[in-house]
Design a protein around this ligand. Structure first.
Ligand SMILES: *Cc1c(COP(=O)(O)O)cnc(C)c1O
Length: 454
Protein backbone atom coordinates (compact mmCIF):
# COMPACT_ATOMS: atom_id res chain seq x y z
CA UNK A 1 0.00 0.00 0.00
CA UNK A 2 2.96 2.26 -0.52
CA UNK A 3 2.90 5.09 -2.99
CA UNK A 4 5.03 3.77 -5.83
CA UNK A 5 5.30 7.19 -7.47
CA UNK A 6 7.66 8.41 -4.76
CA UNK A 7 11.19 7.35 -3.89
CA UNK A 8 13.03 7.33 -0.57
CA UNK A 9 14.41 10.84 -1.05
CA UNK A 10 10.90 12.21 -1.49
CA UNK A 11 9.75 10.72 1.84
CA UNK A 12 12.97 11.75 3.56
CA UNK A 13 12.34 15.40 2.71
CA UNK A 14 8.70 15.35 3.73
CA UNK A 15 9.63 13.59 6.99
CA UNK A 16 12.35 16.06 7.92
CA UNK A 17 9.97 18.96 7.31
CA UNK A 18 7.45 17.86 9.96
CA UNK A 19 8.71 15.02 12.16
CA UNK A 20 10.70 14.82 15.37
CA UNK A 21 12.17 11.35 15.92
CA UNK A 22 12.79 9.59 19.25
CA UNK A 23 16.26 9.12 20.73
CA UNK A 24 17.71 11.32 17.98
CA UNK A 25 19.70 14.53 17.77
CA UNK A 26 17.70 15.88 14.83
CA UNK A 27 20.62 18.13 13.86
CA UNK A 28 22.44 15.00 12.65
CA UNK A 29 19.84 14.41 9.93
CA UNK A 30 20.45 14.15 7.09
CA UNK A 31 24.16 15.02 6.89
CA UNK A 32 25.78 12.89 9.57
CA UNK A 33 23.05 10.28 9.69
CA UNK A 34 20.86 9.16 6.84
CA UNK A 35 17.16 8.84 7.63
CA UNK A 36 15.69 5.67 6.18
CA UNK A 37 11.99 5.68 5.26
CA UNK A 38 10.75 2.09 5.09
CA UNK A 39 8.05 0.98 2.69
CA UNK A 40 7.53 -2.57 3.86
CA UNK A 41 8.97 -5.46 5.80
CA UNK A 42 9.46 -9.14 5.13
CA UNK A 43 10.83 -11.66 7.62
CA UNK A 44 14.00 -10.17 9.16
CA UNK A 45 14.26 -7.55 6.41
CA UNK A 46 13.15 -3.93 5.99
CA UNK A 47 12.71 -2.59 2.45
CA UNK A 48 12.90 1.07 1.50
CA UNK A 49 11.13 2.97 -1.30
CA UNK A 50 13.98 2.39 -3.74
CA UNK A 51 14.03 -1.36 -3.15
CA UNK A 52 17.03 -1.13 -0.77
CA UNK A 53 17.02 -3.92 1.83
CA UNK A 54 18.19 -3.79 5.46
CA UNK A 55 18.63 -6.77 7.73
CA UNK A 56 16.96 -5.77 11.02
CA UNK A 57 19.63 -7.03 13.43
CA UNK A 58 18.03 -5.14 16.35
CA UNK A 59 14.47 -6.45 15.83
CA UNK A 60 13.27 -2.85 15.51
CA UNK A 61 14.15 -1.93 19.07
CA UNK A 62 13.79 -5.46 20.39
CA UNK A 63 10.11 -5.77 19.56
CA UNK A 64 9.99 -8.10 16.58
CA UNK A 65 10.05 -11.86 17.09
CA UNK A 66 8.69 -13.65 14.03
CA UNK A 67 9.42 -11.27 11.20
CA UNK A 68 8.02 -8.04 9.81
CA UNK A 69 4.47 -8.22 8.50
CA UNK A 70 4.28 -11.81 9.76
CA UNK A 71 1.24 -13.17 7.92
CA UNK A 72 -0.22 -15.10 10.87
CA UNK A 73 -0.16 -12.10 13.19
CA UNK A 74 -1.28 -9.71 10.44
CA UNK A 75 -4.33 -11.91 9.74
CA UNK A 76 -5.17 -12.21 13.44
CA UNK A 77 -5.10 -8.42 13.81
CA UNK A 78 -7.21 -7.93 10.67
CA UNK A 79 -9.82 -10.45 11.83
CA UNK A 80 -10.03 -8.75 15.22
CA UNK A 81 -10.31 -5.29 13.62
CA UNK A 82 -13.46 -6.40 11.83
CA UNK A 83 -15.02 -7.65 15.10
CA UNK A 84 -14.07 -5.18 17.80
CA UNK A 85 -11.31 -2.59 17.54
CA UNK A 86 -11.54 -1.25 21.09
CA UNK A 87 -13.79 -0.98 24.11
CA UNK A 88 -13.51 0.85 27.43
CA UNK A 89 -11.77 -1.57 29.81
CA UNK A 90 -13.39 -0.36 33.04
CA UNK A 91 -16.71 -2.09 33.59
CA UNK A 92 -16.36 -3.87 30.23
CA UNK A 93 -14.26 -6.73 28.97
CA UNK A 94 -13.67 -8.84 25.87
CA UNK A 95 -12.55 -12.28 24.82
CA UNK A 96 -9.00 -11.49 23.56
CA UNK A 97 -8.09 -9.76 26.85
CA UNK A 98 -9.46 -12.64 28.90
CA UNK A 99 -7.80 -15.35 26.81
CA UNK A 100 -4.47 -13.50 26.82
CA UNK A 101 -4.56 -12.99 30.59
CA UNK A 102 -5.25 -16.71 31.09
CA UNK A 103 -2.31 -17.58 28.83
CA UNK A 104 0.07 -15.15 30.55
CA UNK A 105 -0.85 -16.50 33.98
CA UNK A 106 -0.21 -20.02 32.68
CA UNK A 107 3.15 -19.19 31.05
CA UNK A 108 4.81 -16.80 33.53
CA UNK A 109 6.55 -18.04 36.69
CA UNK A 110 4.16 -19.43 39.27
CA UNK A 111 2.46 -17.11 41.72
CA UNK A 112 1.78 -14.40 39.15
CA UNK A 113 -1.98 -14.61 38.90
CA UNK A 114 -3.38 -11.16 38.11
CA UNK A 115 -2.92 -9.27 34.87
CA UNK A 116 -3.13 -5.49 34.48
CA UNK A 117 -2.82 -4.11 30.92
CA UNK A 118 -1.11 -0.95 29.71
CA UNK A 119 0.18 0.36 26.41
CA UNK A 120 3.97 0.42 26.59
CA UNK A 121 6.89 -0.65 28.71
CA UNK A 122 7.37 2.60 30.58
CA UNK A 123 3.70 2.58 31.61
CA UNK A 124 4.11 -1.02 32.83
CA UNK A 125 7.01 0.06 35.04
CA UNK A 126 5.02 3.01 36.43
CA UNK A 127 2.19 0.61 37.25
CA UNK A 128 4.41 -1.89 39.03
CA UNK A 129 6.02 0.87 41.14
CA UNK A 130 2.69 2.45 42.06
CA UNK A 131 1.01 -0.89 42.78
CA UNK A 132 3.86 -1.97 45.03
CA UNK A 133 3.81 1.27 47.01
CA UNK A 134 0.02 1.37 47.20
CA UNK A 135 -0.29 -2.24 48.32
CA UNK A 136 2.04 -1.63 51.29
CA UNK A 137 -0.04 1.43 52.18
CA UNK A 138 -3.28 -0.45 51.91
CA UNK A 139 -1.84 -2.95 54.37
CA UNK A 140 -1.22 -0.12 56.80
CA UNK A 141 2.48 0.35 56.15
CA UNK A 142 3.24 4.01 55.35
CA UNK A 143 7.00 3.69 55.65
CA UNK A 144 7.80 1.88 52.43
CA UNK A 145 8.31 4.89 50.18
CA UNK A 146 11.61 4.03 48.49
CA UNK A 147 12.76 1.82 45.65
CA UNK A 148 16.02 0.04 44.98
CA UNK A 149 17.29 -0.12 41.39
CA UNK A 150 20.56 -1.34 39.89
CA UNK A 151 23.34 0.82 38.51
CA UNK A 152 23.43 0.79 34.70
CA UNK A 153 19.77 -0.28 34.60
CA UNK A 154 17.08 1.03 32.26
CA UNK A 155 13.32 0.97 32.73
CA UNK A 156 11.85 3.51 30.29
CA UNK A 157 11.44 7.21 29.72
CA UNK A 158 8.44 8.51 31.69
CA UNK A 159 9.48 10.28 34.88
CA UNK A 160 8.87 7.38 37.28
CA UNK A 161 10.47 4.81 35.01
CA UNK A 162 13.35 7.14 34.17
CA UNK A 163 13.90 7.64 37.90
CA UNK A 164 14.77 3.95 38.17
CA UNK A 165 17.26 4.18 35.31
CA UNK A 166 20.94 4.79 35.77
CA UNK A 167 22.15 5.71 32.31
CA UNK A 168 23.55 9.24 32.57
CA UNK A 169 22.80 10.16 28.94
CA UNK A 170 19.07 9.71 29.55
CA UNK A 171 18.85 10.58 33.21
CA UNK A 172 21.18 13.49 33.94
CA UNK A 173 19.17 16.30 32.33
CA UNK A 174 15.97 15.38 34.15
CA UNK A 175 17.59 14.51 37.49
CA UNK A 176 16.01 17.48 39.32
CA UNK A 177 12.57 16.10 38.49
CA UNK A 178 13.14 12.48 39.44
CA UNK A 179 12.51 10.16 42.37
CA UNK A 180 15.72 9.05 44.01
CA UNK A 181 15.99 5.31 44.32
CA UNK A 182 18.79 3.66 46.21
CA UNK A 183 21.13 2.32 43.53
CA UNK A 184 22.64 -1.06 44.28
CA UNK A 185 25.75 -1.98 42.27
CA UNK A 186 24.95 -4.03 39.20
CA UNK A 187 26.12 -7.66 39.23
CA UNK A 188 27.38 -7.07 35.66
CA UNK A 189 30.07 -9.65 34.89
CA UNK A 190 32.04 -7.08 32.84
CA UNK A 191 33.19 -5.63 36.16
CA UNK A 192 34.84 -8.87 37.30
CA UNK A 193 38.24 -8.48 38.88
CA UNK A 194 41.02 -10.25 36.94
CA UNK A 195 40.41 -13.98 37.34
CA UNK A 196 37.02 -13.53 39.00
CA UNK A 197 34.05 -15.54 37.65
CA UNK A 198 30.66 -14.08 36.73
CA UNK A 199 29.17 -16.12 39.54
CA UNK A 200 31.56 -14.64 42.04
CA UNK A 201 30.75 -11.07 40.92
CA UNK A 202 27.05 -11.89 41.32
CA UNK A 203 27.59 -13.13 44.87
CA UNK A 204 29.78 -10.19 45.83
CA UNK A 205 27.15 -7.76 44.51
CA UNK A 206 24.38 -9.65 46.30
CA UNK A 207 26.29 -9.12 49.56
CA UNK A 208 26.24 -5.38 48.83
CA UNK A 209 22.51 -5.58 48.17
CA UNK A 210 22.12 -7.35 51.52
CA UNK A 211 23.93 -4.46 53.21
CA UNK A 212 21.51 -1.97 51.63
CA UNK A 213 18.52 -4.01 52.77
CA UNK A 214 19.97 -4.24 56.25
CA UNK A 215 20.19 -0.48 56.45
CA UNK A 216 17.01 0.51 54.60
CA UNK A 217 14.90 -2.68 54.57
CA UNK A 218 11.91 -1.12 56.29
CA UNK A 219 11.69 1.88 53.95
CA UNK A 220 11.89 -0.10 50.73
CA UNK A 221 8.78 -0.83 48.71
CA UNK A 222 10.39 -2.79 45.87
CA UNK A 223 13.60 -3.78 44.14
CA UNK A 224 13.39 -3.37 40.36
CA UNK A 225 15.81 -5.04 37.95
CA UNK A 226 16.26 -6.45 34.46
CA UNK A 227 16.89 -10.16 34.95
CA UNK A 228 20.02 -11.60 33.23
CA UNK A 229 20.68 -8.78 30.73
CA UNK A 230 20.78 -4.99 31.19
CA UNK A 231 19.88 -4.28 27.61
CA UNK A 232 19.92 -0.48 27.17
CA UNK A 233 22.91 -0.41 29.53
CA UNK A 234 24.97 -2.10 26.80
CA UNK A 235 23.76 -5.73 26.80
CA UNK A 236 25.60 -6.28 30.07
CA UNK A 237 24.99 -9.75 31.49
CA UNK A 238 25.03 -11.29 34.95
CA UNK A 239 24.91 -14.69 36.62
CA UNK A 240 21.47 -15.93 37.79
CA UNK A 241 22.78 -16.42 41.34
CA UNK A 242 22.22 -12.72 41.86
CA UNK A 243 18.51 -13.12 41.15
CA UNK A 244 18.23 -16.02 43.59
CA UNK A 245 19.86 -13.99 46.35
CA UNK A 246 17.75 -10.93 45.50
CA UNK A 247 14.61 -13.06 45.81
CA UNK A 248 15.72 -14.34 49.23
CA UNK A 249 16.54 -10.85 50.46
CA UNK A 250 13.21 -9.47 49.26
CA UNK A 251 11.39 -12.26 51.13
CA UNK A 252 13.43 -11.67 54.25
CA UNK A 253 12.73 -7.92 54.33
CA UNK A 254 9.16 -7.88 53.00
CA UNK A 255 10.25 -6.05 49.84
CA UNK A 256 8.62 -6.68 46.44
CA UNK A 257 10.73 -7.91 43.55
CA UNK A 258 9.83 -6.31 40.21
CA UNK A 259 11.25 -8.17 37.20
CA UNK A 260 11.38 -5.87 34.20
CA UNK A 261 11.27 -8.47 31.40
CA UNK A 262 10.16 -5.93 28.81
CA UNK A 263 13.25 -6.61 26.70
CA UNK A 264 14.33 -10.08 27.87
CA UNK A 265 10.91 -11.77 28.00
CA UNK A 266 9.41 -14.04 25.32
CA UNK A 267 12.31 -16.30 24.54
CA UNK A 268 15.15 -13.78 24.12
CA UNK A 269 17.45 -15.30 26.69
CA UNK A 270 16.94 -18.99 25.93
CA UNK A 271 13.91 -19.56 28.17
CA UNK A 272 10.46 -18.06 27.76
CA UNK A 273 11.17 -15.70 30.68
CA UNK A 274 14.62 -14.85 32.05
CA UNK A 275 13.53 -15.43 35.68
CA UNK A 276 13.11 -19.13 34.86
CA UNK A 277 16.89 -19.49 34.58
CA UNK A 278 17.21 -18.50 38.23
CA UNK A 279 14.20 -20.60 39.23
CA UNK A 280 12.53 -17.59 40.87
CA UNK A 281 9.13 -15.91 40.77
CA UNK A 282 9.02 -12.14 41.15
CA UNK A 283 6.11 -10.28 42.81
CA UNK A 284 5.64 -8.29 39.60
CA UNK A 285 6.67 -8.99 36.04
CA UNK A 286 6.54 -6.22 33.42
CA UNK A 287 6.03 -7.35 29.82
CA UNK A 288 5.82 -5.42 26.54
CA UNK A 289 8.01 -5.22 23.38
CA UNK A 290 7.86 -8.85 22.14
CA UNK A 291 4.42 -9.41 23.68
CA UNK A 292 2.65 -8.64 20.39
CA UNK A 293 5.43 -10.03 18.20
CA UNK A 294 6.39 -6.43 17.43
CA UNK A 295 3.01 -5.51 15.91
CA UNK A 296 1.23 -3.25 18.37
CA UNK A 297 1.89 -1.33 21.57
CA UNK A 298 0.67 -3.39 24.49
CA UNK A 299 2.05 -4.09 27.94
CA UNK A 300 1.05 -6.31 30.81
CA UNK A 301 1.97 -6.24 34.48
CA UNK A 302 1.39 -9.51 36.31
CA UNK A 303 1.34 -9.71 40.08
CA UNK A 304 0.40 -12.05 42.92
CA UNK A 305 -2.98 -12.57 44.50
CA UNK A 306 -1.41 -11.29 47.69
CA UNK A 307 -0.80 -7.87 46.12
CA UNK A 308 -4.19 -7.91 44.40
CA UNK A 309 -6.05 -8.65 47.60
CA UNK A 310 -4.53 -5.63 49.34
CA UNK A 311 -6.71 -3.47 47.06
CA UNK A 312 -10.03 -5.20 47.74
CA UNK A 313 -12.07 -2.95 49.99
CA UNK A 314 -15.20 -0.81 50.16
CA UNK A 315 -13.18 2.33 49.55
CA UNK A 316 -12.39 3.66 46.08
CA UNK A 317 -9.19 5.20 47.36
CA UNK A 318 -7.84 1.78 48.12
CA UNK A 319 -8.53 0.68 44.57
CA UNK A 320 -5.85 0.95 41.90
CA UNK A 321 -7.31 3.87 39.94
CA UNK A 322 -4.50 4.04 37.40
CA UNK A 323 -5.80 3.77 33.84
CA UNK A 324 -4.79 4.23 30.22
CA UNK A 325 -7.36 4.89 27.51
CA UNK A 326 -6.18 2.04 25.32
CA UNK A 327 -5.40 -0.44 28.09
CA UNK A 328 -6.29 -4.00 27.06
CA UNK A 329 -6.78 -2.99 23.44
CA UNK A 330 -8.34 -5.94 21.56
CA UNK A 331 -6.08 -5.59 18.50
CA UNK A 332 -2.97 -5.75 20.69
CA UNK A 333 -4.40 -8.72 22.59
CA UNK A 334 -5.18 -10.52 19.31
CA UNK A 335 -1.60 -9.94 18.11
CA UNK A 336 -0.26 -11.24 21.44
CA UNK A 337 -2.46 -14.35 21.35
CA UNK A 338 -1.26 -15.20 17.86
CA UNK A 339 2.35 -14.58 18.93
CA UNK A 340 1.94 -17.03 21.81
CA UNK A 341 0.27 -19.54 19.47
CA UNK A 342 3.38 -19.38 17.24
CA UNK A 343 5.56 -20.16 20.27
CA UNK A 344 3.50 -23.30 20.83
CA UNK A 345 3.15 -24.43 17.22
CA UNK A 346 6.75 -23.96 16.20
CA UNK A 347 8.74 -25.02 19.28
CA UNK A 348 10.41 -21.62 19.19
CA UNK A 349 12.51 -21.94 22.34
CA UNK A 350 14.26 -25.06 21.01
CA UNK A 351 14.81 -23.47 17.60
CA UNK A 352 16.21 -20.33 19.24
CA UNK A 353 18.80 -22.44 21.06
CA UNK A 354 20.03 -23.74 17.71
CA UNK A 355 20.06 -20.22 16.24
CA UNK A 356 21.94 -18.94 19.29
CA UNK A 357 24.63 -21.59 18.73
CA UNK A 358 24.97 -20.51 15.14
CA UNK A 359 25.29 -16.89 16.25
CA UNK A 360 28.06 -17.92 18.66
CA UNK A 361 29.91 -19.84 15.96
CA UNK A 362 29.80 -16.90 13.54
CA UNK A 363 30.76 -14.33 16.18
CA UNK A 364 33.77 -16.17 17.62
CA UNK A 365 36.23 -15.32 14.82
CA UNK A 366 35.07 -11.67 14.84
CA UNK A 367 35.93 -11.44 18.53
CA UNK A 368 39.58 -12.10 17.72
CA UNK A 369 39.88 -8.51 16.53
CA UNK A 370 42.16 -6.66 18.99
CA UNK A 371 39.48 -4.01 19.62
CA UNK A 372 36.88 -6.52 20.80
CA UNK A 373 37.23 -6.38 24.59
CA UNK A 374 34.58 -9.01 25.15
CA UNK A 375 32.14 -11.18 23.25
CA UNK A 376 29.17 -12.08 25.44
CA UNK A 377 25.94 -13.86 24.80
CA UNK A 378 22.74 -14.87 26.54
CA UNK A 379 20.45 -16.75 24.16
CA UNK A 380 19.50 -14.59 21.18
CA UNK A 381 21.37 -11.54 22.52
CA UNK A 382 25.02 -11.30 21.54
CA UNK A 383 27.30 -8.30 22.05
CA UNK A 384 30.79 -7.15 21.08
CA UNK A 385 32.24 -4.61 23.50
CA UNK A 386 34.67 -2.48 21.50
CA UNK A 387 37.64 -1.13 23.40
CA UNK A 388 40.74 0.87 22.68
CA UNK A 389 42.88 -1.56 24.60
CA UNK A 390 42.03 -5.12 25.49
CA UNK A 391 44.52 -5.25 28.34
CA UNK A 392 43.16 -2.26 30.23
CA UNK A 393 39.61 -2.62 28.84
CA UNK A 394 39.77 1.12 28.26
CA UNK A 395 37.09 2.35 25.89
CA UNK A 396 37.55 4.62 22.90
CA UNK A 397 37.53 8.38 23.20
CA UNK A 398 33.85 9.29 22.52
CA UNK A 399 34.99 11.89 19.98
CA UNK A 400 36.05 9.03 17.71
CA UNK A 401 32.38 8.03 17.41
CA UNK A 402 33.30 4.40 16.86
CA UNK A 403 29.73 3.16 17.31
CA UNK A 404 28.29 5.75 14.95
CA UNK A 405 30.87 4.89 12.29
CA UNK A 406 30.02 1.21 12.62
CA UNK A 407 26.33 2.06 12.28
CA UNK A 408 26.87 3.96 9.04
CA UNK A 409 29.22 1.39 7.61
CA UNK A 410 26.69 -1.40 8.23
CA UNK A 411 23.73 0.60 6.95
CA UNK A 412 25.52 1.23 3.65
CA UNK A 413 25.89 -2.54 3.37
CA UNK A 414 22.24 -3.29 4.10
CA UNK A 415 22.44 -4.16 7.78
CA UNK A 416 20.69 -2.31 10.59
CA UNK A 417 23.08 -2.52 13.55
CA UNK A 418 22.36 0.19 16.08
CA UNK A 419 25.21 0.16 18.60
CA UNK A 420 24.76 1.27 22.21
CA UNK A 421 27.72 3.64 22.42
CA UNK A 422 30.62 1.47 21.25
CA UNK A 423 28.86 -1.80 21.98
CA UNK A 424 27.71 -3.63 18.86
CA UNK A 425 25.04 -6.22 19.38
CA UNK A 426 22.95 -8.78 17.54
CA UNK A 427 19.37 -9.20 18.68
CA UNK A 428 17.67 -10.37 15.48
CA UNK A 429 14.10 -11.58 14.95
CA UNK A 430 13.84 -15.29 15.72
CA UNK A 431 13.04 -16.08 12.08
CA UNK A 432 16.53 -14.98 10.98
CA UNK A 433 18.11 -17.73 8.83
CA UNK A 434 21.65 -18.96 8.31
CA UNK A 435 22.26 -16.81 5.23
CA UNK A 436 21.01 -13.72 7.05
CA UNK A 437 23.35 -14.44 9.96
CA UNK A 438 26.33 -15.05 7.68
CA UNK A 439 25.68 -11.70 6.08
CA UNK A 440 25.33 -10.08 9.50
CA UNK A 441 28.64 -11.58 10.61
CA UNK A 442 30.50 -10.44 7.48
CA UNK A 443 29.19 -6.88 7.77
CA UNK A 444 29.84 -6.75 11.52
CA UNK A 445 33.45 -7.84 10.97
CA UNK A 446 34.05 -5.14 8.37
CA UNK A 447 32.20 -2.53 10.46
CA UNK A 448 34.49 -3.25 13.43
CA UNK A 449 37.53 -3.17 11.19
CA UNK A 450 36.59 0.18 9.63
CA UNK A 451 35.22 1.92 12.72
CA UNK A 452 38.22 1.13 14.89
CA UNK A 453 40.88 1.91 12.28
CA UNK A 454 42.67 5.23 12.76
C1 LIG B 1 12.34 -0.65 26.29
C2 LIG B 1 12.34 -0.90 27.75
C3 LIG B 1 11.44 -0.25 28.59
C4 LIG B 1 10.51 0.83 28.12
O1 LIG B 1 9.55 0.35 27.23
P1 LIG B 1 8.84 1.40 26.22
O2 LIG B 1 7.78 0.59 25.57
O3 LIG B 1 9.91 1.85 25.28
O4 LIG B 1 8.32 2.50 27.06
C5 LIG B 1 11.47 -0.58 29.93
N1 LIG B 1 12.32 -1.49 30.41
C6 LIG B 1 13.19 -2.16 29.63
C7 LIG B 1 14.09 -3.18 30.23
C8 LIG B 1 13.25 -1.85 28.27
O5 LIG B 1 14.16 -2.47 27.50
Amino acid sequence: MTDARHDSEHWRQRDLAVLWHPCTQMREHPDTLPLVPIARGERAWLIDHDGGRYLDAVSSWWTNLFGHANPRIADAVARQAHELEHVIFAGFSHEPAIRLAEKLVELTPKGLERVFYAENGSAAVEIALKMSFHSHRNRGNQKRTRFVALTNGYHGETLGALSMADIPLYRRTYAPLLLEPIFAPSPDAWHAEPGESAQHVARRRADELAAIFERHGEEISALILEPLVQCAGGMRMHHPDYLRRARQLCDQYGVHLIADEIAVGFGRTGSLFACEQAGISPDFICLSKGLTGGFLPLAAVLTTNNVYEAFLDDSRERAFLHSHSYGGNPLGCAAALETLAIFEDEDVIARNRTTAQLMARLATPIAEHPCVGELRQTGMILAFELVHSRETRRGFDPSRKVGLRAYRHALERGVLLRPLGDILYWMPPYCVDERDLERLAAVTASAIETATAN
